[in-house]
Design a protein around this ligand. Sequence first.
Ligand SMILES: [Zn+2]
Ligand SMILES: [Zn+2]
Length: 830
Amino acid sequence: MISYDRSGPSVVRLLVQNWRNRYAEKVFSPEFSVLDRPAATAGLDLSTETPSSLASSRVGVMCRGIRGEIVLGISVTSMIQVKLPDGSVREAPEGTTARDIAAGIGKRLAEAAVAAVADGHIIDLDRPLDAIRESTLTSSNGTVAPKTDQPIDLRILTPKDREALDVLRHSTAHVMARAIMRLFPEVRLAFGPTTAQGFYYDVQIPGRSLSEEDFPAIEAEMSRIVQAGEPFERFTLPVAQAIEFLKGIKQDFKIEHITQELHTHGVLSFYRQGEFVDLCRGPHIPHAGKVGAFKLTSIAGAYWKGRADGPMLQRVYGTAFFNRQDLDTHLARIEEAKKRDHRRIGKDLHLFTISSLAGSGLVLWMPKGAMVRMILQQFLQDELLKRGYQPVYTPHIGRVELYKTSGHYPYYSDSQFPTLKLLSDPAKRLVEAIESGEAMDDATACRLLSEAGIPPVSVTPGSGSGGARSFTEMSPGERAAYVREHGVAEEYLLKPMNCPHHIEIYKAQQRSYRDLPVRLAEFGTVYRYEQSGELSGLTRVRGFTQDDAHLFCTPEQVRSEFAETMRLTQFVLESLGLSDYRVRLSRSDPDDPKFQGADASIWLKAEADIRAVLEDLGLPYDEGIGEAAFYGPKADFLVRDCLGRQWQLGTVQLDYVLPERFGLQYIGPDNAPHRPVMIHRAPFGSMERFMGILIEHFAGAFPLWLAPEQVRVLPISDKFNEYGRTVLHTLRQAGLRAELDQRPEKIGAKIRDAQLEKIPVMLVVGAKEAETGTVSYRDRVDGDRGVVSLADAVASLRREVETRAIRGVAPATLRSVEEETDHQSERFAY
Ligand SMILES: [Zn+2]
Ligand SMILES: [Zn+2]
């Protein structure tokens, strides 16, 4: 008979010795059903475990009379509830680990398990699950997981999960650091997080610098560590002891990091793997043997904590996978991506150029690239007209006040070109006079000052009233500077966004509910001052053209208009063969003041609107907190290219904030003024970036309807140039973009050049073709199609253009688990 105080779910365990002198653990659940488990599976090693250590009863337990068994020890443990992905809830004693749960589900799962996700946190397989409800586990932003009576949401991670790959890669960074330390015992370690492609570790070896020539030795040492398959063991130390410990192993960067940023953490976790111990938040794979394949990839300089005045470290990059095949696919894909680099293809195919004289990050479209861009633009414009959009044009600059009213100004202050300051006429006159040394009496100077609205006395801030100086006391240089600073009549900004300009167009007319929705579209160029180190080809530029539009509608029209813009974006992406996408609902972060609006309910309403639209359209989506625009939530299209790389392209944004800031109105059926709602949308996003992605997606081999040169006519010799011209004329008359290769080259050379230039179709003409009015048709994808009549060739080409057919993009075989989700690496670093 057993009784105990049943305050809360708990379990009573009895360690018993039965009549065969065998040890066993008897577990009594709250319902008093007896769960017998042999001691070994209960995780008790009875050769070392003393029964008294298990007798730490926390509530009164009374027990007598279990037949034939001697009770050696009693413990009472609280129960935790664990909810599995299939919705089932299991009860388990405190101290249960994810590995225990996996084992309870099945042996195969327990063997495949790498780590687990508990309440959204990735944790070690051997971490007690209740630990995630304790204050020692803090999330990346330092918040403590709240205490709750809800079951712990648990998902076991196996090599199929992208999160597992990150855990593996970060653990491999430990393996690499350990290998480097074996070779160079004096190495100092900094940070070792994961990246989208693998991992790195920042290291410093006093008096030695690593090079790629060291990789074989490091990799060989790593292989030994992986083969030994030792476990990663977690332990914690209070901050002071952690520092002492790190002093002992001479890891100064880690000590500095603790004293600067982690001293408030209470306890800090370390991971031991054999002789190697590292300060780390974790999690890790259970043992190094899980690393199936790895490779060190490159080495670069990196500043400690990214501070240019800090010590210079070496960043050793590598990657790792659960198996060799995934690694090989990954390496093949990197090679393929290099071949497809749009900067290289853009140069080879003469699509665009960037000149340092014309300005870094400012794209100059060459005729062939401009042709592709123009076709894309026409394609979208035609579609917009069909869908009731109206074109508008606005200038490249606007007054600063416009962007202050819209609220854009503060958000782009770090990334915009400096403002253009225009002096008022009297101020300009004064500066000119001062700088040319023209004699001007003080009375005239002061009159001009007053006309310019500038006080004739400057007060130097911080120097009190004694700092006041009159204009006449200043030197000429000081005068000029003073007038330049205070005589600004107008300030302009290179346009960072098109929205406020379109808003002014909306406002220029009285609007009635009958006019709505108003859909204003413009391919508007905007400017951002990206740091020169950030600039890259077409994807990071300083001036780019958005395929922008703003819809102004009534609150009742929001959902249907939003749905229509989503459909348009889908149509556009799918027309370009980019049909592998998912949608992210980018929401506000209630704690971030960046997200404006009179009250939070507006945001909730807008987010609910988008959610309803996505569900209506049957579009699967996930949600990103804090990723909204400052004026409203949005639906972003995350598109995969043929290499499985993910790009954020189209965006549709819902905005209740800017109509408020600009006081927009329409007259409703009740004859009273009402506030419209805005939708901002751009299916391509930026023309430059979109083109860069398309170039890589197609490897420069654009489908027929987009190709700058669609057909090349290749006469076999000079004798057939005349017939070639006839063919060329016919093609051009049919609206096809065709050229004639009249060079005195052999036909083989002409074909090879056309292939290198990625011309979709070649029409070869010789004696037979000239006689019969035919062409020999060579298709880039299908190869030789034989001799066809010129009329048939034209008809087939026109059909392919009209249907915007996309053929032969491939190589989908180069995709892997790696690219399946967005990458996050913060979780591994303190
Ligand atoms: Zn770690
Ligand atoms: Zn906008």
